[in-house]
Write a protein that binds this ligand. Structure first.
Ligand SMILES: [Zn+2]
Length: 199
């Protein structure tokens, strides 16, 4: 075999070897499955603090931190939802509120608890605040299939999620007397199902 021919054979052999394992790598990547999330996202939060907080501010910061840590941990344990949330203490806010831009404001001390934090996180994700909410929840009953299936799993085959005033129930955690560990878990799972529905 001439050296030139030998080189050609070796090149062909190398190409054949490369083609083996290379086939899988060269194949087009599998198309994403519709409705499947690409990767688990995370909810994060930060508290805007005064540089030299008063006693009132420091007390509020402590309560807000405990409430938000508990609520965000519950979300991250039970859902793949993602949001970067900025939290402020504003004594002029009568209760608390949450905006889809990612801002939560706490005012009144009695609302600095996990129940309220979960409820306001839901507003930052779209409950009562998004175009998807208006489309799927604007008529007084949530019409998305996944969240509806979930509430039926919890409460029976005739259960539904009612909507109004930017809120939902059951499991909307609209008042402190709705809170329990089970209700809080179901709240998060329903909000996640609403997102899957198109919230
Ligand atoms: Zn609300």
């Amino acid at each position: 075999m001439s050296s030139l021919r030998k080189k050609a054979v070796m090149a062909a052999l190398a190409a054949a070897l490369l083609a083996g394992p290379g086939v899988a790598q060269a194949a087009p990547q599998a198309a994403p499955v519709p409705g499947e999330r690409a990767a688990a996202a995370t909810i994060t939060w930060t508290l805007v603090r005064a540089s030299n907080p008063t006693q009132d501010q420091q007390t509020a910061y402590n309560l807000i931190t405990a409430a938000m840590n508990a609520a965000v941990a519950r979300y991250n344990n039970l859902s793949d939802l993602g949001k970067n949330i900025t939290v402020r203490y504003e004594p002029g806010v009568p209760t608390a509120d949450g905006n889809i831009n990612g801002t939560i404001r706490f005012g009144n001390r009695s609302y600095m608890n996990e129940r309220t934090a979960l409820h306001e996180i839901a507003h930052t994700i779209g409950v009562g605040t998004s175009s998807g909410w208006s489309r799927l929840g604007g008529g007084g009953t949530w019409t998305g299939a996944q969240a509806t299936a979930l509430v039926r799993q919890y409460d029976g085959s005739s259960a539904k999620i009612s909507t109004g005033g930017g809120h939902f129930w059951p499991y909307g955690l609209n008042y402190d007397n709705e809170y329990s560990g089970t209700a809080a878990d179901r709240h998060v799972r329903i909000v996640a199902a609403m997102v899957s529905d198109g919230l």
